[in-house]
Design a protein. Structure first.
Length: 250
């Protein structure tokens, strides 16, 4: 089962806000032995958002969508999700109950609008201010505010997908090779790739001119635990034999 992310908001694309959801979702998934397969950024333009969600629903993937589920005119995610699915919007009974209890005599039509979701949706509880998100067709829509979104995403992973936690035999490991050029290690990389076909090698060099840091390469493997362990032992031995200093990557 693949996991994807859609991060919504003109403020992200314009640079007024810096996205923090992508790295956090990767961390939340990784802590549960899961990984992110893809991610997309999209603004608040309705037509583009509808098209993005239509494509996303068609994948059958589990998708976390961050942002745009409020009730202001620039929040269009709820409406776009309904349009992408070809269903109507409706006030969710459980969401209405939660908000009437929260606001009491101060409940307004504007506030109730935050509980209007595509028909067939289920709610996602919000531990911060109780205003729920919603899920439909394995898509999980949460606010753009991290203080709300991240606990809600954790709740989804721990209640809806606990059976998938740490099911796959998948780990990542890497070392930092100091003062090395990729070109000097390509033969080693090719040999490792050939000899461990069930795992994937990765190489991430430091561009010294841009960073000002000491030249280095992050060299690692990802895949089944036994293959990764064996490959990394071989990589460390060969890198040391070639005269390079290295250290394990946290």
């Amino acid at each position: 089962m693949a996991f994807g992310a859609i991060i919504i908001g003109d403020e992200i694309l314009s640079g007024r806000r810096t996205d923090k959801h992508l790295s956090k979702l990767v961390a939340l998934l990784g802590a549960r032995g899961l990984k992110l397969a893809w991610a997309r950024y999209v603004g608040d333009e309705r037509a583009r958002l509808v098209d993005t969600l239509r494509q996303s629903f068609a994948t059958g993937d589990v998708v976390f969508s961050f942002g745009g589920i409020g009730a202001t005119p620039d929040d269009r995610t709820r409406q776009s999700a309904a349009a992408a699915l070809g269903v109507e919007l409706a006030l969710h009974p459980q969401a209405e109950e939660i908000m009437r209890e929260k606001f009491g005599s101060e409940i307004t039509e504007h506030r109730l609008r935050m509980g209007v979701f595509p028909r067939g949706s289920e709610i996602i509880p919000n531990p911060y201010n109780q205003i729920p998100g919603f899920s439909i067709n394995n898509h999980f829509f949460v606010p753009g505010f991290p203080v709300m979104a991240w606990p809600m995403a954790e709740w989804v992973l721990d209640t809806r997908f606990r059976q998938l936690h740490h099911v796959d035999d998948y780990v990542e490991a890497a070392i930092t090779v100091w003062d090395a050029y990729e070109g000097k290690l390509i033969d080693l990389m090719e040999a490792i790739t050939t000899d461990y076909p069930d795992a994937t090698l990765f190489s991430l060099p430091t561009v010294v001119e841009a960073s000002g840091d000491r030249r280095s390469i992050e060299l690692g493997m990802k895949g089944p635990r036994a293959s990764v362990a064996s490959a990394m032992t071989r990589i460390k031995t060969e890198v040391g034999a070639r005269g390079y200093a290295w250290q394990d990557k946290d």
